[in-house]
Write a protein that binds this ligand. Structure first.
Ligand code: PLP
Length: 398
């Protein structure tokens, strides 16, 4: 395998305090070794199979296909242990940390999903786990806080600023600077300073590798379009990676248009600019002075003002296309999938479903990554749909 990339075109890099450079070098070297080491690969493979529940199925959604006039296949990351793809990365990094002799894991979380995945992986390996979380997020995501604590993690409240993800990231970085000797920082998406964007992609690549094999077996050929939602971009880059060299396969990343691209949104690739966030250069949502602005999406996982650097490169080169779906479109798509297929998708994944529902002219095969299940979103989705229905008068979707 090639070396672990630190740049993707002009993007990526390491915009971090000097004291972290040695730790990032150590992590790069450890990953370069581990990812081709049969011992690590075998142990990770066994855990992905027996603990995470891989391979996840590729399901041909027949009624959704009827609705769209295309053959639609869903890659079922919602069926993993803990109900979303984040566990693939958390288990892989925890295993790597143990191999590096680290005994203490830190992470930060906004909605709590990455915190839960990290707490799960730490319980699995008996590693000490500290999760930084803004107190506003702790209030909003109380069940996830309780879940993390039940699994033995310590949730460290962060009181600064808006008391949300951005401040939690700063607190985690401060902790890492202080405790870098025995501590590994598990970043939850394909973002952050090098080597994280490459490391997280490599760990999520299993999604695309399985899906590519499964669709060849099921349909006898590659799909015409591969579609995934993009927050930080880990489920999308993990899905895209094994298809990048298949020239005939269109890659489509779906960002959160939130209230609309000229209002509050979570779509740095569609409507942002270039800037530095959380240690790397990429597309961000910022003002003219480069001040990062608050993102908005109805789905917590897409409510982030940055995106992984590899996506920004794929956008510039034209190899992948990035589109955006509003809160309202995602809500309606959630209900369409629930009614047509008996699957309640996460609001994040509903963005990818919504795009296929809106762009289904012509025949062809679509492969959509269903990044997670919607149980966590039920209250939010039902309240949102009720608002829409009261405004609509009919309650029907299309
Ligand atoms: C966190 C999350 C996302 C967004 O993260 P990516 O890194 O962009 O994949 C998408 N879907 C679900 C279910 C999530 O939990």
């Amino acid at each position: 395998m090639s070396t672990v990339e630190s740049r993707f075109g002009p993007y990526g890099g390491r915009y971090v305090p000097e004291v972290l450079i040695a730790a990032l070098d150590e992590l790069t070297a450890a990953w370069e070794e581990a990812r081709t080491d049969p011992v690590y690969r075998e142990e990770l493979g066994a855990l992905l199979r027996d603990f995470v529940g891989r391979p996840t199925p590729l399901y041909e959604a027949k009624r959704l296909s009827e609705r769209t006039g295309r053959r639609v296949f869903l890659k079922r990351e919602d069926l993993t242990h803990t109900g979303a793809h984040k566990i693939n990365n958390a288990v892989g990094q925890a295993l790597l940390a143990r191999r590096m002799g680290k005994t203490r894991i830190i992470a930060e979380t906004g909605a709590g999903q990455h915190g839960v995945a990290t707490a799960t992986a730490c319980a699995l390996f008996g590693l000490e786990c500290i999760v930084y979380m803004g107190t506003e997020d702790m209030r909003r995501q109380k069940p996830n806080v309780e879940r993390m604590e039940l699994m033995g993690a310590r949730v460290e409240p962060v009181e600064a600023g808006a008391r949300t993800l951005k401040e939690a990231v700063s607190a985690a970085i401060r902790d890492w600077v202080t405790n870098v000797g025995d501590t590994h920082y598990i970043i939850g998406s394909a973002v952050g300073p090098a080597p994280y964007p490459a490391l997280v992609r490599d760990l999520q690549r299993v999604i695309g590798e399985e899906a590519r094999e499964q669709i060849l077996a099921a349909a006898g050929r590659l799909p015409d379009r591969v579609i995934a939602c993009v927050g930080g971009g880990s489920n999308a880059i993990g899905t895209f990676a094994p298809f990048v060299d298949d020239g005939g396969v269109e890659l489509i990343g779906v960002e959160a248009a939130g209230e609309g691209l000229d209002g509050r949104h979570g779509a740095p690739l569609s409507a942002g600019r270039t800037g530095v966030l959380h240690g790397s250069l990429s597309a961000v949502i910022a003002d003219e002075e480069g001040q990062i602005l608050e993102a908005h999406s109805i789905s917590a996982g897409l409510d982030y003002p940055g995106v992984g650097p590899e996506h920004t490169m794929l956008r510039d080169s034209g190899r992948a296309r990035y589109v955006a779906i509003t809160d309202e479109e995602a809500l309606r798509a959630l209900r369409v999938l629930a009614r047509l297929e008996g699957i309640v998708p996460a609001l994040e994944s509903s963005h990818a479903i919504a795009w296929v529902l809106s762009e289904s002219a012509g025949e062809g095969i679509d492969l959509i990554t269903l990044s997670g299940r919607g149980d966590k979103d039920l209250a939010e989705a039902l309240a949102g749909l009720k608002r829409l229905d009261d405004g609509d008068g009919d309650g029907e979707d299309g």
